[in-house]
Design a protein around this ligand. Structure first.
Ligand SMILES: Nc1nc2c(ncn2[C@@H]2O[C@H](COP(=O)(O)OP(=O)(O)OP(=O)(O)O)[C@@H](O)[C@H]2O)c(=O)[nH]1
Ligand SMILES: [Mg+2]
Length: 193
């Protein structure tokens, strides 16, 4: 898709703030600081539409981005950041639960994981949570630029095994640095919109 228009519609914390208009939505979930915002920026070839940071926990709201009036990306705050308080964690859980259970236009979740490492306990919990809500999931294994080519197949196998990926769920090996996997990610998006 050639993207000319991409804009932040709203940063929402509660359902009454979710955008109207009925466009399909794709949620982006992933551990804090894994590269969710960088993924959006890379797909849209925008430097800093979604704010990125080397400090984890930058994104704290559900950020709805309108892409070409075709669909919305929903940048979800990262999970598994050790330094957030219990009450913040609870607020995060509530916000996610409200969104996942009530949002009819939500078509799929793209779950961003760090390709360098085995999926964490939090990644596994998140994947299971998304499947519990019966969402199609696409795993985006990012930071692939940090892994030599010959090691990639082994890492990919480990991702699939550790998460116990369902056969219908896809994986895309990705890098925001090199744009590897960008076309494949777009093809994955087009299936759902
Ligand atoms: N080498 C490399 N670095 C990346 C890649 N993607 C993201 N990063 C770096 O990882 C850090 C975190 O990226 P963000 O995109 O802000 O991560 P996030 O998941 O949105 O973070 P939160 O909003 O805090 O949860 C930044 O320093 C990025 O430059 C990638 O594909 N390769
Ligand atoms: Mg972010």
């Amino acid at each position: 898709m050639k993207v000319h228009k991409s804009e932040l519609v709203i940063s929402a914390v509660s359902p009454k703030q979710y955008p109207e208009g009925g466009l399909p939505e794709i949620a982006l979930a992933g551990r804090s600081n894994v590269g969710k915002s960088s993924f959006i920026n890379s797909l849209l070839a925008r430097k800093n539409l979604a704010r990125t940071s080397s400090k984890p926990g930058k994104t704290r709201t559900l950020n709805f981005y309108n892409i070409e009036d075709r669909f919305l990306f929903v940048d979800v705050p990262g999970y598994g950041y050790a330094k957030v308080s219990k009450s913040e964690r609870a607020a995060w859980g509530e916000m996610m639960e409200e969104y996942l259970k009530s949002r009819d236009v939500l078509k799929a979740a793209f779950m961003i994981i760090d390709f360098r490492h085995e999926p964490t306990k939090d990644d596994i919990a998140m994947y299971d949570y998304l499947k519990f809500h019966e969402l199609p999931v696409v795993i985006i294994a990012t930071k692939a630029d940090k892994i030599t080519k010959n090691k990639r197949p082994r890492h990919l196998k480990r991702v699939k095994e550790t998460l116990k990926l369902k056969p219908e769920d896809q994986t895309v090996v990705f890098s925001a640095e090199t744009a590897q996997g960008k076309d494949e990610a777009w093809r994955a998006i087009e299936q759902f919109i």
